[in-house]
Design a binder for this molecule. Structure first.
Ligand code: PLP
Length: 382
């Protein structure tokens, strides 16, 4: 039989072994690792809401009123008010008829794609789509087609070819992220929406890294471009800028009813705890409020500062620094940590082989001193 030790040794050999590291969250954006303070450039909590007093109070209140656990799937024991209020809020916020919440963004992606699609349907994904979207597409049994990252010509060709061969009741779905999780660049969303409409297809947009960061009320790239109403499926996570945990899908009522009947991660899993759901709604409310706008302005001012220091145009809170091979990326992450900065070395299979990188994420909580300190340390690598 294959030995686990051998598999682990093989991973270590090529720089692909992952291990957990204990950290203490003192006072964001600072962490403590082995007793030493470290500035966190690895978090997707872009606005610092995961430690926000208002969210903590909302979670505490929900626990006191509704208990620590939801006890079963919502189809079994019913939906409590925090779950329904969260979904109403998301639907309104997204300009959609309805919404469904999941225990994670991963569950939202897999549940949605797996229940919307079946054999005979075609799903077209951007090459850099997140693992959750790929897993959902694969599980569904639909035919998968992939276009090179942000390549509109190839997408147009795939749409035309697959439209022509689609059975009369077949579905044709395009899937993209708005801000890409490991590259930090944006999809050409207006052009994608137009192509999807031209070919009578549907679009699923994952706004995981755009919510809280883009849009006049922090709803993401679709809001920034005024496209929300032209997108059939708006998906996202509540675990990143929203500061809580969970995932959602906002769509027309009939689609949500269909998911309720077919999304296995929703049906066969205990509903997320009331505290998580209440914190999510509170996080969304803060994002849409004037305080949220101030936090967003602070984040963008940090992005502008870091762009100036690095002399590049940064389009989101995610800054990839390419290394190519695994070992140099790991060494860089290690030497950053020694200098007091946490940024992960991202490797295969999270990114394609040969494109290992440091992934730096900026937050509204970073100070100019944090940014300058990191920048100076980064200069020693080139
Ligand atoms: C993080 C992420 C998810 C999954 O969300 P979780 O809530 O962390 O499970 C889905 N899509 C993208 C693009 C992500 O970056």
């Amino acid at each position: 039989m294959r030995q686990a030790e051998d598999e682990l040794a093989a991973l270590r050999e090529v720089g692909l072994l992952r291990q957990l590291r204990q950290v203490e969250t003192d006072c964001p954006p600072l962490l403590r690792i082995d007793g030493r303070p470290v500035v966190n450039f690895a978090s997707n909590d872009y606005l610092g809401l995961a430690h926000d007093e208002e969210l903590i109070a909302a979670a505490r209140e929900a626990t006191t009123r509704h208990g620590t656990g939801s006890a079963s799937s919502r189809l079994i024991s019913g939906s409590s008010s925090p779950h329904l209020e969260l979904e109403e809020y998301i639907a309104e916020w997204k300009g959609a008829e309805a919404a469904l919440s999941f225990s994670s963004g991963y569950a939202a992606a897999v549940g949605t794609l797996d229940s919307l699609l079946k054999k005979g349907d075609v799903v077209i994904l951007d090459k850099l789509c997140h693992a959750s979207l790929i897993d959902g597409a694969r599980q569904s049994g639909a035919t998968l087609r992939v276009y090179p990252h942000n390549n509109l010509q190839k997408l147009a060709r795939l749409l035309a070819d697959n439209r022509a061969n689609l059975p009369a009741d077949g579905r044709l779905l395009v899937v993209t992220e708005s801000v890409f999780s490991m590259d930090g660049d944006r999809a050409p969303l207006l052009e994608i929406v137009e192509l999807v409409e031209q070919h009578g297809a549907l679009l699923l947009l994952d706004e995981a890294h755009a919510v809280g960061v883009l849009g006049s009320t922090g709803q993401g790239l679709a809001e920034e471009l005024g496209l929300q109403e032209r997108i059939a499926f708006q998906m996202g996570t509540l675990g990143k800028a929203v500061g809580s945990a969970g995932g959602y899908l906002a769509a027309g009522r009939k689609w949500i009813d269909l998911l309720l009947n077919g999304a296995r991660p929703f049906i066969y899993s205990t509903a997320p705890p009331p505290a998580q759901v209440a914190a999510s709604r509170c996080g969304l409310k803060v994002i849409a409020s004037s305080r949220g706008r101030e936090l967003r302005e602070r984040l963008w001012s940090n992005i502008a500062t870091f762009s100036r220091l690095r002399e590049t145009d940064i389009q989101s809170a995610i800054v990839p620094l390419p290394f190519g091979e695994n070992q140099p990326a790991l060494q860089a992450a290690c030497s950053l940590l020694e200098a007091g900065y946490l940024a992960p070395a991202i490797r295969f299979p999270t990114v394609p082989r040969g494109s290992a990188r440091l992934r730096i994420t900026l937050s509204a909580l970073h100070t100019e001193e944090h940014l300058r300190g990191l920048h100076e340390k980064l200069l020693t690598f080139s």
